[in-house]
Design a protein. Sequence first.
Length: 116
Amino acid sequence: MSEILVPIAFWLVVLFPIGAFIWQFRRVRRGILSKSKGTVFFFGYSMVPVALYAVIFFLLVGAEELTHIPLISEGYARTFILVVGIGVMLVLFMTGLFATLMALHKHKEMSNREHS
């Protein structure tokens, strides 16, 4: 069971921030969110799979300690730092990129008024 979680969690950690990036950028561009709120929401949504992976790992480790039944394999335990580390670095990098794009982004209404 735990061998299946690693590839699924890794792809969620990698792909979910990309989807959140597109979703929050569109919401800011449409004026639904401010630039700062969009950045905060992007960071929050991007951290969900990383936090969920860490919680599942710690729950499995805790259950293993209580029941003395091996629930996670050694390989799964070794990938924890790798997946969480890559996930956190990716989220921080993409949040910086998102914040930079938001700082450079101008609303369409503003640019139309400037040309008038």
